[in-house]
Design a protein around this ligand. Structure first.
Ligand SMILES: Cc1cc2nc3c(=O)[nH]c(=O)nc-3n(C[C@H](O)[C@H](O)[C@H](O)COP(=O)(O)OP(=O)(O)OC[C@H]3O[C@@H](n4cnc5c(N)ncnc54)[C@H](O)[C@@H]3O)c2cc1C
Length: 522
């Protein structure tokens, strides 16, 4: 199990090893007020931004890529796999998911609330993008489904997953003479000409200097606003858990698009990822002990709210996105997961039933797990409690004891009768809670925000009249409205897949718009 600290230190190495090239001086003919010049400026060096950069440069454009952190990758360092349909890998493995099937099912599950032309364009491009990534040197190890019943569309990146994709694309871009990468250089504002057309980007250089970069097209790829807790509270309500992997994403990209007249949509939609509280541990040791958090989201457990009432079929453990929805309906947007000692031993010796992507594989033993949980209890972490009686457990959880007793009695009765009359949990997950009991508090973390600029199928942001804003593109997690109100796990690898595809699609369209030959798509 790699820790968040490990990932970040590798990322930092990538960043520090790369003294970004000198910024190209602007051409003599450039207006006085511009300090630099490029055909395309890309803001954000995550998967969307790196794919946009390489696509634009391979199509003949001179590109400046701005990244606010000292290292590239953003949340893309943590992702594991990308969506594609009709990919060469699926065909090799005789798994025939058609683009039509993926599109039809997603739009139907979404009740047609999402951006259909955009989803269609993304799915249609996905196998070409998969091939293109392989041509760039990205290696994929297998294709899997992220959750039971989901499509086998999650193309897992070999080795250290997202980190490998970022490393490969970043070094490829760094070696490209048409690309200049500026780390620690946040894009701050768009620059407009006298007709209020986008004409470039104002950025802050690593020594505090102001860069005014002229560009024919600007591609925004800043990854959403997940670390802007005020904005998240405004759109999605209070008491969310915050980003699972905080990276300082404050929503500047979306704000820049708005300054050009773009409207936003879906701002309250979060890519939920509920886990047992692990925040204290992160602060203490800078590690991300996902297996401890994972004990909460298990279908054998029972989930109760702060009133001590059960509120869902715990099989939602297999769909973290929908589980997040169910938890966010509870008072305080939080809940507890209860299990007994025999279940804890089972997760330790046989592995958890529901995994966490490929980071915590299902049904794979975690020998130290019981000890880790006991350590949290002994250390007095208020989010990890254990007791020999329901009364004592309720007191430690600060939930009404009479209600919790009644909830557990009722549930154990369902086990006896082999029928969950409340929420219809499958019989094989009906487990009688007895003996020593544990409770772990859920926190509704999210992987990302899913709201942002409303765009057309070319990734051009739209104004209030739904007209595209020229010279500007918005990609990846800065785009809103791709899905309805819930991230669909069935479309395994959807957000990473969208990031890499939208980056390529935006750059290809920009090349056409600015009169440079279109990049080859194969
Ligand atoms: C633990 C974890 C696992 C995941 N697994 C998967 C998975 O397997 N499949 C999947 O589909 N999705 C997965 N995701 C989600 C996926 O990683 C993201 O959807 C994807 O990285 C989004 O890419 P992006 O390029 O839009 O944004 P990011 O990857 O966040 O990149 C944005 C970049 O922009 C930079 N930036 C921000 N503001 C500025 C600014 N003003 N100027 C310059 N640069 C700026 C940021 O520092 C960052 O480097 C996972 C997420 C997490 C946290």
């Amino acid at each position: 199990m790699r820790s968040i600290q490990n990932i970040l230190s590798v990322a930092l190495c990538i960043g520090l090893a790369s003294v970004a090239g000198e910024i190209p001086a602007s051409a003599q003919t450039a207006p006085q007020e511009f300090t630099h010049e490029a055909d395309v400026v890309v803001i954000g060096a995550g998967p969307a931004g790196l794919c946009a950069t390489l696509t634009a440069s391979q199509g003949g454009a001179k590109v400046i890529l701005l990244e606010k952190n000292a290292f590239p990758g953003g949340t893309g360092l943590f992702g594991e796999g990308i969506f594609a349909a009709e990919s060469s890998m699926q065909i090799r493995e005789a798994y025939f998911l058609t683009k039509d099937e993926a599109f039809r099912r997603e739009m139907s599950e979404d009740n047609w609330r999402g951006n259909a032309p955009l989803l269609r364009a993304f799915i249609n491009e996905s196998n070409t993008t998969f091939d293109w990534l392989e041509q760039q040197g990205v290696v994929f190890e297998k294709v899997a489904a992220l959750s039971p019943g989901g499509f086998r569309s999650w193309h897992l990146i070999a080795g250290h997953h997202g980190e490998e994709l970022i490393r490969t694309l970043y070094f490829k871009a760094k070696a490209d003479p048409k690309v200049t990468i500026l780390l620690e250089t946040p894009g701050k504002e768009l620059i407009f000409d006298q007709d209020h057309h986008v004409a470039g980007v104002l950025a802050q250089g690593k020594n505090g200097e102001t860069l005014r970069i002229r560009a024919k097209a600007v591609i925004i790829a800043t990854g959403g606003f997940g670390d802007n807790l005020q904005q998240v509270a405004k759109y999605a309500g209070d008491a969310q858990g915050g980003m699972l992997t905080p990276l300082g994403k404050m929503g500047f990209g979306i704000r820049m698009a708005e300054s050009a007249g773009a409207v936003t949509e879906g701002m309250g939609t979060l890519q939920f990822f509920p886990l047992g509280s692990i925040r204290a541990k992160i602060e203490d040791t800078n590690t991300l002990p996902l297996p401890i958090g994972a004990v909460a989201g298990q279908p054998f457990n029972i989930f109760v709210n702060t009133h001590g009432e059960r509120f869902t079929d715990e099989m939602l453990s297999f769909d973290f996105s929908k589980l997040g929805n169910a938890i966010s309906r509870q008072y305080g947007k939080t809940a507890w997961s209860i299990f007994d000692r025999s279940l804890l031993d089972r997760y330790t010796n046989k592995g958890p039933e529901a995994g966490v992507g490929v980071l915590v594989p299902a049904l794979s033993p975690i020998p130290p797990l019981t000890q880790w949980v006991e350590d949290q209890v002994k250390a007095g972490n208020p989010d990890y409690v254990s007791a020999d009686s329901v009364q004592e457990l309720a007191e430690k959880m600060h939930v009404p004891a009479a209600q919790l007793k009644s909830t557990l009695e009722q549930f154990n009765h369902f086990v006896d009768t082999n029928y969950d009359a409340d929420f219809l949990k499958e019989r094989k997950y009906l487990h009688k809670m007895e003996g020593k009991l544990y409770a772990v508090r859920f926190v509704n973390y999210y992987l990302n925000t899913l709201g942002g600029a409303r765009v057309n199928a070319h990734l051009q942001p739209l104004n209030a009249q739904d007209d595209p804003i020229p010279h500007l593109y918005v990609t990846g997690n800065d785009v809103g409205g791709l899905y309805g109100d819930t991230y669909p796990l069935g479309l395994s690898g959807g957000t990473y897949g969208f990031a890499v595809n939208s980056g390529r699609m935006a750059a290809n369209h920009a090349l056409l718009q600015i009169g440079i030959a279109a990049a080859p798509t194969k």
